[in-house]
Design a protein around this ligand. Structure first.
Ligand SMILES: *Cc1c(COP(=O)(O)O)cnc(C)c1O
Length: 443
């Protein structure tokens, strides 16, 4: 998001009173920015292959129905990893044929639903594959299902810089391992025994993963597809799902790396995958939305302790969970604005930006050099469109924050539209079991 757009969004949000009435914290999404990223994704892959490509947005990055509907209008489908995410994709009108199910722990009911809908399924392990066999071999599912079926493969190439997000280590919990003794032969056999398996899936990890490492994962799976097809004597594997994982630069406003760079690098590393013989599925999440999110929060109090200035705000662990629990891996920039929403000026002072939760580590930033924040000021956290305010964390019964989309109507005019209401206190109480108040009191 350009600095002028960010400044306009903050000022207009304050002027329109969006930070007043209710908890003064708000998630904003740049609608035109999301559209532009979707278009860049489509262009990048259209430039490297003539085969069909389904871009399936990883719903977990921004599980909001209006966001999924916006992406759908840009030709983007959905990657779901739970029954809830699948339901969100359906609520957004995303067609089953443009939806991929990758839940790591699919229940039998979930598989039945996916097969009945015709959603693509990537099986994670031999037991899930056996369950799929049983479901498909017992009528009437077999005749009815149009679901493309594939196996998720872990190329076991090693991790990236963020352990919790490294999905391709030797012992990762995801997928069929490729490098374990005998594993490759078993995978080839699984395809030879089951003509209905037509896809391979790999997602080597997210953020902190070098692009060349991700490309190696794709190459490993491509080579397996070639081996399967040679053994089958036909193009049994016709589609390779290359996952998501394009990292986001949290240090500046540029989108680096770009989809174009990644698509070109993939084509260089794995030319055979792009010669038109293989359809592709992609599952990008954060790279489509992270840079288009902006979180605003009021400074409720400004204080000092041990000589350290501390701005106590309404943005903390409930909206920036990863940043608070793992600040080294997930640093966020902070911009300071005054109570009227104008950029705050003044000499930089090292200060902590604290959140509203009751634990000492609830800090968005430590010793951050910013103009000294005052009570009533506003902070803006850019790059928060993925896995932040859209992935609420229910600590301290802090409510889910409102989310609004914005569109600039001119150099200094902006309109906002509601994407998700803030969770009301009534709803919060209801979701905390209010209806069952006496449930533990005995009979
Ligand atoms: C999380 C995830 C993605 C999206 O990852 P991003 O880093 O947000 O692009 C894609 N595919 C699978 C299987 C995932 O688990």
């Amino acid at each position: 998001m350009r600095p002028e757009l960010r400044d306009l969004a903050v000022r207009t949000a304050v002027e329109q009173g969006l930070l007043s009435g209710g908890p003064p914290v708000l998630g904003l999404l740049d609608v035109a920015g999301i559209r532009a990223s979707a278009a860049a994704l489509r262009r990048a892959f259209a430039a490297v292959t003539t085969a069909p490509v389904l871009h399936a947005f990883a719903v977990k990055a921004a599980p909001l129905v209006p966001v999924l509907a916006l992406l759908r209008s840009e030709g983007i489908g959905a990657e779901a990893a739970s029954p809830g995410e699948l339901a969100l994709a359906r609520a957004a009108g995303i067609e089953p044929a443009r939806t991929v199910l990758d839940s790591p722990a699919k229940t039998e009911d979930e598989l039945r639903e996916a097969l009945a809908l015709g959603v693509a399924v990537n099986a994670d392990n031999p037991q899930e594959l056996a369950l799929l066999d049983a479901l498909l071999d017992s009528p009437p599912a077999a005749a009815a299902s149009s679901s493309p079926l594939g196996l998720r493969v872990n190329p076991q190439l090693g991790g990236g810089s963020i352990g919790a997000l490294s999905t391709a280590t030797a012992t990762s919990k995801f997928g069929f391992p490729l490098a374990d003794p005998g594993a490759r032969e078993r995978l080839v056999r699984a395809f030879l025994d089951r003509p209905r398996l037509t896809r391979l899936h790999v997602h080597s990890g997210s953020q902190g993963m070098a692009l060349t490492r991700m490309a190696e994962g794709v190459r490993a799976v491509y080579e397996l597809a070639e081996e399967i097809n040679a053994a089958a004597g036909c193009s049994r594997v016709d589609t390779v799902d290359i996952g998501g994982g394009l990292p986001v630069d949290f240090t500046g406003d540029d989108h680096t790396p770009t989809y174009e760079e990644y698509a070109r690098l993939l084509k260089e590393h794995v030319p055979g995958l792009f010669d038109g013989r293989y359809g592709l599925v992609t599952e990008f999440g954060r790279s489509l939305v992270a840079k288009h999110g902006l979180l605003l929060a009021r400074v409720e109090y400004a204080k000092t302790a041990g000589g350290r200035p501390i701005a106590v705000t309404h943005a903390g662990v409930q909206v920036a969970t990863r940043t608070v629990y793992d600040p080294v891996s997930w640093p966020l920039r902070v911009f300071a604005y005054d109570a009227a929403g104008r950029p705050r000026t003044g000499p930089p002072v090292a200060q902590d930006i604290a959140g509203p939760a009751c634990f000492a580590g609830d800090l968005i930033a430590r010793r951050r050099a910013l103009p000294l924040l005052e009570r009533g000021d506003v902070i803006a956290l850019p790059d928060t469109g993925a896995y932040c305010f859209t992935s609420h964390y229910g600590y301290n019964s802090l409510p889910r924050v409102a989310v609004r989309g914005f569109t600039a109507d001119g150099p200094d005019r902006m309109s906002f539209t509601l994407v998700r209401e803030a969770q009301s206190v009534e709803l919060l109480v209801a979701e905390a079991g209010a209806e069952h108040r006496d449930a533990l009191l005995g009979t």
